[in-house]
Ligand binder design. Structure first.
Ligand code: PEP
Ligand code: MG
Length: 547
């Protein structure tokens, strides 16, 4: 079993196909020709390649068409054409001139890193197409397979992936690439299960049978055929259910549960509007400012928050004030150097030494509310005491907004009833609640079994907070990763949680699972989980109750 980074969910079992042969550098024309004739040959090849890409763009739609047009434009980009022509004018044959000019730019992009580095594949694809054209070879790229197949490659060029027929290429795996590469973008659009950065994939030959799992991020070579068929069938059933779920969130017997989305900025909010999510349950504002050295102005903040409020106009939006510190330091927050930052000045605690920071953020949120007409709820991270909740709530109310707090520290769950005297809602952050309940760093792979959200001790604290909410008649949601696990989402519902907020990708699966079970089943699962001694027993008990 080879491991990579999951990009598009789904499980498929099929033979491997690999892209067509690339023109090898050692076969390039080596003897210098007439520079003028070479330049003409070069121009004609570029025009042919760009023309074919545009032609394919006109025959597809959406992101695929955009990617193909962008590649065609890049093929005719003056910077690299000029670099190649300069070499040809100096006496180089066209093929090595193309390679050298492209190398000049790919080296630069690689040094720049990030998104630029992911564009290296695009430019190398153009190089291979132009060189093949110069040699009179067929265009390199993806063959049209005879049977449904899984396309495996080092990295797939956008021009290869954009024109694909998803009934013939039913899965993608690459040994290179990242989750934001064009390959990944197109795989998402086509809905083809996709795993990138798969170690060892280049040794898997064409024709080998593989099982690709876009949930787990794995590629299994030559699996047992009947086990593979079972895995595909069960994943297909889950996909069908998910695809048909359109909200709103409710159990099979009609108990409503808000299904909300976690987002980090306006773009994510706009993308999340394509899901059946009923609103935003957690807007992690600190993620907008991780690269900032100076504090964003009130006006800048208002603009950023306004984008999210606009995207979810007429819907609930919960904005979390800056959760700086620990694994998310903000340069402008003025945090002290600490030996133990997870237990230090993070979250709402920063406001104690720098109250202006919170005031200015609340002013930005209030201005965004005014401008958009969508008044968000506002919550503080890392609340530990009822006094902190009272002070925060007073500040939020001064701006005419609805205050709540996160329950991430066990003390807040234990005294949830007293905290609820001051605020209108609670939102349970199971990621930190698990870290602080189990005294285990959430970033540690070695301690992952301890920070498992199925730990009954963590769920007992969730139950306490939910009970306090029910007694006070105030909503209590979950916005940690626990809410993204469909089975655990049912257990949380049984514990009395009123909304679940998760990443966009998890919304369909959570909503669909919840729609299959009844509230009594959720409650039975919740009781069984609370009576368990550990996470494995808790999961098994929940499965028995929920199917
Ligand atoms: C949490 O702790 O569960 C939470 C939602 O906050 P974050 O993951 O941003 O710390
Ligand atoms: Mg947290």
């Amino acid at each position: 079993m080879l491991r990579g980074v999951p990009v598009v969910v789904g499980v498929r079992y099929a033979p491997v196909v690999r892209p067509g042969r690339l023109p090898a550098p050692e076969e390039d024309t080596a003897a210098p020709g007439d520079p003028l004739a070479e330049a003409e040959r070069f121009r004609a090849a570029v025009t042919a390649v760009a023309g074919r890409l545009r032609d394919r763009a006109s025959r597809t739609a959406g992101a695929a068409a955009e990617v193909l047009s962008a590649t065609a434009t890049l093929a005719e980009d003056r910077a690299w054409l000029g670099a190649a022509e300069k070499r040809i004018a100096a006496g180089s044959p066209a093929e090595p001139a193309v390679r050298d000019a492209v190398a000049q730019f790919t080296d630069l992009f690689t040094t720049m890193g990030g998104l630029m580095a992911e564009r290296v594949t695009d430019l190398q694809d153009i190089r291979d197409r132009v060189v093949a054209e110069l040699r009179g070879m067929p265009e390199p790229g993806v063959p049209l397979p005879d049977v449904p197949s899984i396309l495996c490659a080092e990295d797939l060029a956008p021009a290869d992936t954009a024109g694909l027929d998803p009934s013939l290429v039913i899965g993608f795996a690459t040994s290179g690439g990242g989750p934001t590469s064009h390959t990944a973008i197109i795989a998402r659009q086509l809905g083809i299960p996709c795993v990138v950065a798969v170690g060892g994939l280049d040794d898997v030959p064409a024709g080998a049978m593989v099982l690709i799992d876009g949930d787990a991020g794995t590629v299994t070579v030559a699996p047992d055929p009947s086990a593979a068929a079972d895995a595909v069938a069960s994943a297909r059933r889950a996909e069908d259910r998910t695809a048909h779920w359109s909200g709103p969130g409710a159990t099979a017997d009609g108990h409503p549960v808000g299904i909300l989305v976690n987002i980090a900025d306006g773009a994510a909010a706009r993308a999340a509007r394509q899901t059946p999510a009923e609103g935003v349950g957690l807007f992690r504002t600190e993620l907008c400012f991780l690269d900032r050295d100076t504090e964003p102005t009130v006006a800048e903040q208002a603009q950023i928050y306004g984008e999210v409020l606009d995207a979810f106009a007429g819907h609930k939006v919960v904005i979390r004030t800056l959760d700086a510190g620990s694994d998310k330091p903000l340069a402008f927050a003025g945090q002290p150097e600490e030996a133990n930052p997870a237990l230090g000045v993070r979250g709402v605690r920063i406001a104690h030494g720098n109250p202006g920071l919170l005031e200015r953020q609340l002013a930005g949120i209030a201005a965004a509310a005014e401008a958009t007409g969508n008044r968000p709820w506002v919550m503080a991270p890392m609340i530990a005491t009822a006094d902190e909740a009272r002070e925060f709530a007073a500040a939020v109310r001064r701006f005419g907004l609805t205050p709540g707090v996160m329950v991430e520290v066990p003390a807040a769950a234990l005294l949830a009833d007293r905290i609820l005297e001051h605020v209108e809602f609670l939102s349970i952050g199971t990621n930190d609640l698990a870290q602080y309940t189990m005294a285990a760093d959430r970033m540690s792979a070695e301690l992952a079994a301890l920070t498992d959200p199925w730990q009954p001790a963590v769920l007992a604290l969730v139950a306490m907070a939910a009970r306090a909410g029910a007694a006070a008649g105030k909503p209590v949601g979950v916005c940690g990763e626990a809410a993204a696990d469909p089975l655990l989402a049912c257990v949380l519902t049984g514990l009395g949680v009123s909304s679940l907020s998760a990443a966009s990708a998890a919304i369909g699966r959570v909503g669909a699972k919840l729609a299959e079970v009844t509230l009594p089943q959720c409650r039975e699962a919740a009781d069984a989980v609370l009576a368990s001694a550990g996470p494995a027993e808790a999961r098994a008990a929940a499965l028995a109750a929920l199917g």
